[in-house]
Write a protein that binds this ligand. Structure first.
Ligand code: HH2
Length: 298
């Protein structure tokens, strides 16, 4: 199955409520705003509304295109929280950011009730790490509201996913999963133009799996949907660089560069300023390489 405009990555479209993204000026940068006490790299830093708002404004100033707000950590072994607690953390921040920052807002949640309240408060994208498998009400909600949705691959759940990840062919299996989740989404009335795909770096994957997914990242772009890469500060980068989580910026830049060269359209990052520069340089090289090939083929 292919998406709305599989023939050319440069003609991909994404609709998120009334917003339309065409990726013509390069990949979009999604800045992460975690309003959690326990996220793996920035837990506790932005729990208070004014700190969170300040961080959102800073990410806007540094060149973020989208802000992804999450109130429940999905790090390996994270404690699941209930809907009331997630809303208590999320809504005041989302409302404050929506009022002050004119960027599209994404909500990182697996619960339809949380997504519904977030959409009412201004979110136009739902980043669902279960790819619509976590809550049967999520797919109908996305179809009814017309917001964009990120369908991400994960083997297991955040509580169990890093215990024994196992694949015979990681790229093939993730591709098959994403194709199947697109079918499921479309069967609920979600339009192809609402869908973003994500191979889910670190979600039930060993270092070798993450490296394989990155090395063959272009395989995901052939599905015909925008593809998101979420590599920022992740454990495999820590393993490769022997750096603690706050010192993985250069390692992250290496992985982001590969994802952009191999066609990623949305890059999810914690460090917007440095990754804006990384994405600008690599996507310019990538566009230059493509136009050069087009000219020499003409
Ligand atoms: N990674 C994290 C969370 N959400 N969503 C998508 N679509 N893709 C990802 O790779 C992804 C994601 C983990 O990062 P972070 O939000 O910083 O950590 P935590 O889950 O501990 O809050």
């Amino acid at each position: 199955m292919t998406g709305p405009t599989a023939s050319s990555a440069s003609s991909l479209l994404l609709t998120a409520g009334s917003r339309l993204f065409n990726f013509k000026s390069g990949p979009l940068l999604m800045g992460v705003l975690n309003v959690t006490p326990d996220s793996f790299s920035d837990g506790g830093a932005y729990l208070a509304v004014d700190q969170a708002l300040q961080h959102a404004k800073q990410m806007q100033a540094e060149g973020a295109d989208i802000i992804d707000i999450g109130a429940e950590s999905s790090r390996p072994g994270a404690q699941a929280i209930d809907e009331a607690e997630e809303l208590r953390r999320l809504l005041p921040v989302l409302e404050a950011v929506h009022a002050a920052v004119p960027l599209p807002l994404s909500v990182d949640t697996t619960k339809a009730a949380v997504a519904r309240r977030a959409i009412q408060a201004g979110a136009t994208m739902v980043n669902d790490i279960t790819a619509l498998r976590g809550d049967p009400l999520m797919a109908p909600l996305i179809a009814q509201t017309g917001v964009a949705v990120v369908l991400m691959h994960m083997q297991g759940t955040p509580q169990t996913m890093q215990q024994a990840p196992r694949y015979s062919h990681v790229v093939e299996e993730v591709l098959a999963f994403l194709r199947e989740r697109v079918q499921a989404a479309v069967s609920h009335g979600i339009k192809a133009s609402q869908i973003v795909l994500d191979p889910g770096f670190g979600f039930g994957k060993l270092e070798e799996h993450n490296l394989q997914l990155l090395a063959e990242f272009d395989a995901f772009t052939t599905l015909g949907y925008p593809v998101l890469a979420g590599v920022s500060r992740k454990q495999f980068i820590g393993n490769l660089t022997q750096r603690p989580v706050q010192e993985r910026g250069y390692g992250t830049a290496g992985a982001v560069a590969v994802a952009v060269l191999k066609g990623a359209q949305i890059i999810r990052v914690h460090d917007v300023r440095s990754m804006r520069d990384t994405v600008s340089v690599v996507s310019a090289i990538s566009r230059h390489a493509r136009s050069h090939v087009e000219v020499s083929n003409a």
